[in-house]
Design a protein around this ligand. Structure first.
Ligand code: MRU
Length: 358
């Protein structure tokens, strides 16, 4: 069984490949200088891959966790449903404890659990087969959703457009094609003249290492800038639109995304530049009323004090490393989803999109 051929001509890399019981991930920590693929067959190793950022980006984390849940289920020896489900719950708990902010992780695990609950009358062997298919379906659907989202988003853009993006919301952050970068790919495919400014995205450098790499692979005109250059470029009239992804969108439309996104949104407002968020329905969390309730991951301070082995700050200095921030809904011009574009009254429209199903 293989997913390696999902939408082969859609543009962008497929960072998660699954074939005959083995998942392969491109090690995103090594890009752009090395394309190393790592193999996974064990859920504990999958959890570690998510924690250590071999794979990152909200939808990609969810897909990876779904395959991890399948591996965990496959290796359970129990034959009765009750023993199986209690072990399977533990597998899902380990995977859920890897990263707290991107809700797609919890969404994907819940989907895997729901499949098991809905088929409690089936023999355990059938549940395992079902879980393998479900993980592959989540992966394949994600690419299809991104292509749909891309078309909705591209329609918002003028024929000539210079776009700023932050972090990596591209093929690498998803099953393929990307959310924010999916909109860019769709606009290019529609014949629009698109150029991109990629924020380098300190401290983990997803912009310079990943966004710049994947857009260059697709020959999409891209200029890399340091995060602190965006305001200057906006003041010079060099940016027409901002498009970013999201890790979790609260019921009121507040958006958690990579640290620095909020700064870009404030700058965009000041310069009257539209600020778009592209995200699948699985990123919307209606359980969270507003952005202040979204858990924000704090990562190792070494990501700030070092680049590789190179120390950049004095030993012992106080350091903060929140990995995400929250952009209030009032700064968001539109939220682009696979079901269409929400504007203005996010609470009602997002709830409606979620009702339509993710
Ligand atoms: O810490 P990361 O690299 O997982 O953070 C990723 C982001 O913030 C992305 O912008 C977000 O997940 C959207 S990806 C389609």
């Amino acid at each position: 069984m293989s997913n390696c051929d999902f939408f082969p001509n859609a543009g962008g890399i497929r960072p998660i490949k699954y074939s005959d019981g083995v998942m392969r991930l491109i090690d995103q920590r090594r890009l752009p200088t090395e394309e190393l693929w790592l193999e996974y067959t064990d859920y504990q190793q999958v959890a570690e891959a998510i924690r250590s950022m071999v794979v990152r980006g909200a939808p990609a984390i969810g897909i990876t966790a779904a395959y991890g849940a399948y591996f965990g289920a496959r290796d359970i020896k129990a034959e009765s449903y009750s023993d199986f489900i209690s072990e399977f719950d533990q597998v899902c708990e380990v995977l859920a404890a890897t990263r707290p902010t991107a809700v797609n992780l919890f969404w994907a695990l819940q989907r895997m659990k729901s499949l098991v609950h809905a088929n409690a009358d089936q023999p355990v062997g059938n549940l395992k087969i079902g879980l393998e298919y479900e993980a592959m379906a989540i992966n394949e659907e994600d690419i299809r959703i991104n292509m749909k989202m891309g078309r909705h988003g591209a329609a918002l853009l003028p024929d000539q457009v210079r776009i700023l993006t932050h972090c990596n919301a591209g093929a690498l952050a998803t099953g393929g094609y990307g959310t924010a970068l999916g909109v860019i790919r769709a606009a290019v495919a529609a014949g629009k003249q698109v150029s991109v400014f990629a924020d380098e995205t300190r401290p983990f450098l997803q912009g310079s290492r990943l966004t710049a790499w994947e857009l260059q692979q697709d020959s999409i005109q891209t200029v890399l800038i340091c995060d602190n250059m965006a305001g200057y470029l906006m003041s010079k009239g060099a940016i027409d639109a901002v498009i970013v992804g999201a890790d979790r969108i609260a019921a009121n439309g507040d958006v958690a995304n990579k640290i620095g996104t909020y700064t870009v949104a404030v700058l965009a407002k000041e310069h009257n530049i539209p600020f778009y968020v592209a995200a699948p329905i699985s990123t919307i969390d209606l359980q969270i009323a507003d952005g202040s309730l979204i858990p924000i991951e704090e990562r190792d301070i070494r990501e700030v004090t070092h680049i590789g082995e190179q120390q950049l700050a004095p030993t012992g200095i106080g350091v903060l490393n929140p990995a995400f921030d929250v952009t209030p809904a009032r700064l968001v011009s539109a939220i682009i989803t696979e079901h269409g574009v929400a504007r203005g009254n996010y609470a009602e429209q997002l709830a409606d999109f979620v009702r339509q199903g993710g």
